[in-house]
Design a binder for this molecule. Sequence first.
Ligand code: FES
Length: 104
Amino acid sequence: MSDEYVKVAAFDELRDDAGIQRTVGDREVGLFRDGDGVLAIDGVCPHVAGPLGEGFVEDGKVYCPLHGWPFDLKTGRCTTNKRATVECFQTKVEDGVVFVRTQK
Ligand code: FES
């Protein structure tokens, strides 16, 4: 398995109230600003594949843009459907550039 971080965005692209969606290898990743850091989760909603990175953010949750399921950005857990969880990924920010690691 690789421990490689991949460059995905400029930190300035991230806002407090919305995510951005990026393709990393064969994965879709949702990226969200968290103060001076970045949180990353699987960008594919487990309901019917809505792009979670395009959802709006409030109180540490992203709301799926298709049907509004809320996902905790730190745990990946859906807060209204306990059986729905998305994977979280490690990130780092260096010199204004956001990197994500999707491999374990
Ligand atoms: S696709 Fe995400 S809530 Fe329906």
